[in-house]
Design a protein around this ligand. Structure first.
Ligand code: GLA
Length: 339
């Protein structure tokens, strides 16, 4: 027996670095993603082939420890299968560009193994399992946003996701004369993992200094830079609701302003943007309703809300004033599925 599964990447329209604190966020699944074929094989080794990285195999009784290999995700996702499998991976998602290529790979792998091995996991359980691999096996203390959006995305809708309750509401973006684009900065994301975990750790310090776990209502004096970190967390959370309102009412001017504010907050208060994303955002903001980094930061993508008749001009300005980028249309798409 063999199975095939697909899981998409995502962009986050608003609410970055608050999912791991139980906040509300506003992601949507993309049309691009990862396709995985999986079948049982004889022998005692798992075998994985990827069209971007090549082939690898390992003994199922002695899986290799994670060490920044591309296949670490596969080792984590295939752990505890009773028999070896052959896996084929095809992806049309730019890798390492902040569009959740790793969540898309994990969710596709777990959707496939769940079907092949009769585990019968729900989409939420698949997202939770994928996150668990990312945290426990890869060592990134991430939230649930990427895996949830990849597993439960819905065509035509973004989702307002409550990362505490793990429920969401569909949000329909009224784009009017505009388009939402993700623009890959092509900046290397080397620092991302370390700084990400450092921010999560700073949040633990905030909670202990203010004696509360409710990041969205807590008050009190904090030393720098923790005061700025909390200011981002609280202002970003408010922008999620305001963006959902503006975007579903088609108020593009308000939506764009919120995007610009969010970028400033992520850059100045949370300090996760970095020089390249700041430069790209400022070029885009001149030609758009608004623009902001999306996802974890330090390289990756900026999303921009641009009037249709200004897209060519914006692309040209980015080419001249920033350099090479890749543009990906943000069409809200369905989440993971068996093919
Ligand atoms: C990464 C993480 C997510 C989320 C974003 C920032 O994509 O995987 O859980 O924290 O960064 O919003």
């Amino acid at each position: 027996m063999s199975v095939k599964a697909f899981a998409p990447g995502r962009v986050n329209a608003m609410g970055d670095h608050i999912d791991y604190l139980g906040g509300w966020v506003l992601p949507l699944a993309l049309p691009l993603g990862t396709q995985v074929g999986m079948r049982w094989i004889e022998g005692d080794h798992h075998r994985v082939y990827s069209d971007t990285h090549g082939e690898v195999s390992w003994p199922i009784q002695q899986p290799p420890a994670p060490d920044h290999h591309w296949f670490d995700y596969c080792v984590g996702a295939l752990a505890d299968l009773p028999r070896p499998v052959a896996v084929e991976i095809h992806s049309d998602l730019p890798q390492g560009s902040g569009l959740s290529s790793s969540a898309s790979l994990l969710v596709a792998l777990i959707t496939a193994r769940s079907a092949l091995n009769d585990e019968d996991l729900s989409p939420l359980q698949i997202a939770q399992h994928a996150r668990q691999v990312e945290v426990e096996h890869i060592g990134l203390n991430c939230g649930i946003m990427d895996q949830y959006a990849s597993a439960l995305g819905q065509h035509g809708h973004a989702m307002m996701l409550d990362c505490q309750a793990l429920t969401h509401q569909d949000i329909k973006f009224e784009l009017g004369d505009a388009e939402l684009w993700a623009i890959d900065s092509k900046a290397p994301r080397k620092l991302a993992g370390g700084v990400y975990n450092q921010r999560v750790e700073e949040c633990a310090q905030i909670a202990s200094q203010l004696g509360s776990q409710d990041f969205f209502t807590m008050r009190g004096d904090l030393p720098a830079p923790l005061d700025r970190r909390l200011r981002h967390i609280q202002s970003e959370q408010k922008r999620v609701q305001l963006t959902a309102n503006a975007a579903s009412a088609g108020d593009l001017v308000m939506w764009g302003e919120l995007m610009n504010e969010s970028h400033q907050s992520l850059s100045q208060d949370y300090e996760v943007a970095g020089e390249a994303l700041d430069r790209l955002q400022s070029v885009l903001a001149e030609h758009a309703y608004g623009a902001r980094m999306t996802g974890g930061g330090f390289g990756g993508c900026v999303i921009a809300l641009i009037a249709k008749d200004r897209v060519d001009q914006a692309r040209e300005a980015v080419r001249r004033q920033y350099g090479e980028t890749q543009w990906i249309g943000c069409t809200p798409s369905d989440g993971a599925r068996l093919l």
